[in-house]
Design a protein around this ligand. Structure first.
Ligand SMILES: Cc1cc2nc3c(=O)[nH]c(=O)nc-3n(C[C@H](O)[C@H](O)[C@H](O)COP(=O)(O)OP(=O)(O)OC[C@H]3O[C@@H](n4cnc5c(N)ncnc54)[C@H](O)[C@@H]3O)c2cc1C
Length: 379
């Protein structure tokens, strides 16, 4: 995530200008992208009346909020206090996550740009989500769901839409003997955790590992949303051992397009359940809760964090060649995860983690690499 903050800040002004320039064409693209039809826009005569919005607000217990687009302040005046406030905070993924009008990236050149919804339902339960889904369906509105806001494809934001925002839904319950609904007698009770769909992985790991002394397989980036990651498959630091996050999904509570709150697991609505295991966020419904498998903690966790700078392009090429071989021999197995980053200036940054290896075993694995690097010629 750290890499995204500076990216945001660097591109913010340019993208803000593009937003203004592209407003007309981007709207048309978006209009045809979702649902295949033209949805109602605020400028349309049949946009819902204030009275209709008020009825929705009552149904969602006052949680219907007009969406502010913080970038607007910079479009008007880059020197304004509001714009300076945005620049001061935009490096912080938690700040971005707390803004219904922002997403964790500004977009993708010529593919999409981050655009705010008109209203957000800051849902706190499945009934709020159902009310929003029904309102959007009955009024032919664009509807979008956002959890952690980390969609690379821009699928959690859409201009002129109604947003279901799950940020406030982060209740977490641990179970010692969980059996999915309708699976009694078919499934052995097992340890599990139920997470509100707006929880981020930091909250999940805190509850399951720090407080619960156990492990749940999620993603490596701790500000990613739980429901978004599970529905996109989800590969994390120890997935080579524990499998994808989607593989750990035992049950979901989902609001489908007809506004019904459904339970999906291997025994109940099983087609929907399999579809949620990697079929893409927002495709099959709005998820309100997920229940994931919980594992025993291994005896050891560890990490190897190294930065190696080669003295020349030639030495760097030799280093990369050696590292790829070293990876194949020693790290390409289910003990190791995370990443190697080939940086500029002939720098190789390694941040790899391991489980079930003692300190002695880790040292033994890495010693040949360290010895080789020590012998790497200075030029
Ligand atoms: C910095 C960064 C690091 C990442 N690291 C990893 C990683 O380690 N492993 C990995 O596998 N992936 C990773 N990803 C990809 C990430 O898992 C996906 O983009 C994921 O879909 C993001 O989920 P979100 O809730 O944060 O995002 P959002 O943008 O909120 O949602 C993503 C999609 O899911 C939908 N969605 C969200 N919540 C719900 C819900 N409750 N019900 C229905 N649909 C919903 C949205 O509509 C959207 O289509 C990373 C992405 C970023 C930007």
């Amino acid at each position: 995530m750290a890499a995204l903050g500076p990216l945001w800040a660097r591109e913010l002004w340019g993208a803000a200008k593009n937003l203004a320039r592209d407003a007309g064409t981007a709207d048309l693209r978006n209009a045809t992208r979702i649902g295949g039809g033209i949805r109602r826009r605020p400028s349309d005569a049949n946009w819902p009346s204030q009275a209709a919005w008020k009825r929705l607000n009552d149904e969602v217990d006052g949680n219907l909020i007009p969406v502010e687009f913080p970038i607007e302040a910079c479009l008007k005046d880059t020197e304004s206090a509001a714009c300076q406030n945005l620049f001061n905070n935009i490096h912080n993924p938690y700040y971005i996550g707390d803004q219904p009008g922002l997403t964790q990236t500004l977009g993708w050149v010529d593919a999409w740009v981050s655009k705010p919804s008109v209203y957000v339902v800051a849902a706190s339960n499945a009934d709020h989500i159902a009310a929003a889904v029904n309102f959007a369906r009955e009024n032919d509105l664009r509807l979008v769901v956002k959890g952690g806001g980390h969609s690379y494809q821009g699928t959690s934001n859409a201009a002129d839409s109604l947003l279901v925002w799950t940020r406030c839904m982060h209740d977490i319950t641990m179970h010692e003997t969980f059996v999915p609904q309708g699976c009694k007698g078919k499934h052995t009770p097992q340890r599990a955790v139920t997470l509100g769909s707006g929880a981020i992985w930091m909250q999940a790991y805190d509850a399951v590992t720090t407080k619960g002394g156990a492990y749940v397989q999620g993603g490596g980036c701790t500000t990613v949303g739980v429901a978004g990651l599970v529905q996109s498959g989800g590969f994390g630091s120890f997935s080579k051992h524990y499998g994808t996050a989607a593989a750990g999904l035992l049950e979901a509570e989902v609001v489908t397009a007809d506004g019904k709150v459904r339970i999906a697991n291997a025994c109940t609505n099983s087609d929907l359940f399999w579809a949620l295991k990697g079929g893409g966020g927002g495709t099959f419904g709005a998820v309100s809760k997920v229940t994931l498998r919980v594992r025993e903690l291994p005896e050891f966790w560890g990490a190897a964090i190294l930065t190696v700078k080669a003295a020349s392009d030639g030495a760097f090429r030799r280093l990369l060649r050696y590292f790829v071989g070293f990876y194949r021999e020693h790290l390409f197995n289910d003990h190791w995860g995370e990443h190697a980053h080939i940086a500029s200036d002939n720098v190789l940054d390694l941040l790899v983690v391991c489980h079930d290896l003692s300190t002695e075993e880790v040292k033994k694995i890495w010693q040949p690499f360290l010895d080789w690097v020590a012998r790497l010629p200075a030029a």
